[in-house]
Design a binder for this molecule. Structure first.
Ligand code: TNX
Length: 503
């Protein structure tokens, strides 16, 4: 709000005229930097096209809402208005209008938001309308104030990538349902739309599978040393899926196969090769020691099929992640191709970590790149697309600063500070559906620590995933984001006090 007021003051003083206020790539000097920043809306991710007319409009204490079909958008708008103590009155002079239209330029997620002598929002879908409401939410204060002044503006906004995601490792250390719901709320404020849940690993199994109850009886009770155990029942998953859908977030489940499976082996010993002696649960931090016995196809494939069938029943996501990281076995490529085939037979498409690119997969299988320098070129040539998670930019289990206690630094010894995360050039990795940051949880054992690792860096994932690369400007990003501190506070986020934001 402060920035918006400053914007208006600057416009009123200097006369903004009717020109685009998209942030230019290079600010030329201190004076122009200040002017540029003052002309920006305090919105993250920055919208595609913003033009101000130099005026302002005061949102009155009571408005009428006109809605043609934006169900979740209407709910979000009503929630926003009630937080600001603005009442709805069908006879009020001022209106906020949500309209479903037909405009190819907006795609499935884009919207137009116009503020003149009222607010008019249009989009092809409820999703687009919902995102417009999120933009409006960021332009307004986080809690009620005496008056609400908005700049008169025309925004047209569409995302760069359809996949704007975050991965939570709930396997090493569990995150309770309440945390996941709060996380979905927070993601939606930034137009993030994929929540990848890493549901199984050596240290734990976190989703109820009816046919194999010991997975959660045994695997749900274990965790990494110092971490939390637990699991989601199928009823809880269904509730979460619905909660996420109402906020335009798709839950993408991962069952990590055929490595990272000690929790499953501990529950069902027959999945391990006969000479394996390590058959109990595991709470250390090593990786790459466990695997399903690939020479026992009659045992493991029916199990994989049963587990994935229940996963597909629970999660409506078009994509199901089958893991595939950190394992060496001559039968590995065959396993990945077969597991991806099982997913396809269930009517969905598989995602595998980058190593899965050695398998003979259909080109629609998505590959998730996690080592910056992995040679993914051959897979790109076969037509695969990527989810970009290069660890030196997107691994938020790495420090907010070099040497932050309880963070990893195996990928980048300086950690992944905000500015580093923002500096990722998404175009240099090849054809991508989008970007996803990851929070592994070997060292993240509480909600507050999770918040500290995720925020404010998740705002970077949002901006790189949504905004135009040509608008990228770290100074301006930090100015816009610092302006949103009250919004993060209102969401009760225990964010890292990032010095670049003055927090
Ligand atoms: C690598 S990235 C892993 C995870 C660890 C993470 C820790 C990937 C596919 N595998 O098993 O938790 O490093 O940063």
């Amino acid at each position: 709000m402060r920035l918006i007021t400053a914007t208006l003051a600057a416009c009123l003083l200097a006369g903004c005229g009717s020109h685009s206020t998209q942030p230019p790539q290079e600010a030329e000097g201190t004076q122009s930097q200040i002017e540029n920043s003052m002309q920006q809306l305090g919105v993250v991710p920055y919208p595609t096209d913003v033009s101000t007319t130099g005026g302002q409009w005061t949102l009155p204490a009571s408005v009428q809402l006109l809605n043609s079909g934006g169900d979740t958008a209407l709910l979000a708008l009503q929630e926003l208005l009630s937080q600001l103590h603005i009442t709805q009155d069908p006879t009020a002079a001022a209106s906020i209008e949500l309209s479903l239209i037909n405009d190819d330029a907006l795609g499935a997620e884009g919207y137009r938001l116009s503020i003149a002598d009222g607010i008019s929002i249009s989009a092809n879908t409820d999703t687009g309308l919902f995102y417009a409401v999120q933009t409006l939410r960021q332009m307004l204060p986080a809690s009620s104030e005496a008056t609400y002044q908005l700049p008169t503006v025309e925004i047209t906004d569409t995302p760069t990538y359809p996949w704007r995601g975050n991965m939570l490792d709930v396997a090493r250390s569990f995150l309770p349902v309440e945390y996941v719901k709060a996380h979905i709320d927070r993601m939606s404020l930034f137009k993030l739309n994929r929540l990848h849940l890493h549901l199984s690993d050596d240290q734990g199994w976190r989703v109820e599978i009816k046919k194999y109850p010991k997975l959660t009886e045994i695997g749900g009770a274990s965790a990494v040393e110092g971490g939390r155990s637990g699991f989601y029942s199928q009823a809880e998953i269904r509730d979460l899926v619905q909660y996420a859908a109402q906020r335009h977030v798709t839950l993408v489940p991962e069952i990590d196969l055929p490595g990272h499976t000690q929790a499953a082996l501990a529950a069902y010993n027959e999945l391990a090769c006969d000479d394996v002696t390590r058959l109990g649960t595991y709470s250390g931090k090593e990786v790459g020691f466990s695997k399903l016995c690939l020479t026992k196809p009659d045992v493991i494939y029916p199990w994989v099929e049963d587990v994935l069938s229940e996963i597909v029943d629970l999660f409506p996501s078009d994509y199901i992640h089958i893991g595939g990281d950190e394992i060496k076995d001559p039968l590995y490529p065959e396993f990945i191709a077969r597991a991806a085939g099982i997913v396809a037979d269930l009517g969905r498409t598989a995602i595998a970590w980058e190593e899965g690119s050695v398998a003979d997969n259909e080109p629609d299988v998505l590959l998730q790149l996690w080592n910056d320098k992995y040679d993914i070129q051959p897979a790109l040539e076969r037509g695969h697309k990527l989810i970009l998670s290069p660890c030196s930019y997107t691994y938020y289990d790495h420090g907010n600063y070099q040497g932050q206690p309880n963070t990893y630094d195996w990928c980048r010894k300086e950690g992944v500070p905000l500015q580093r995360a923002y500096s990722m050039d998404t175009s240099k990795f090849g054809a991508a559906v989008g970007i996803e940051s990851a929070m592994w949880s070997e060292l993240v054992h509480t909600d507050a620590t999770a918040d500290n690792r995720l925020w404010p860096r998740l705002a970077v994932t949002a901006e790189l995933g949504w905004s135009q690369a040509s608008d990228k400007n770290y100074e301006q990003f930090t100015q816009r984001l610092s302006n949103l501190q009250a919004h993060l506070d209102a969401l009760n986020i225990h964010y890292y006090p990032e010095p670049d934001l003055g927090w």
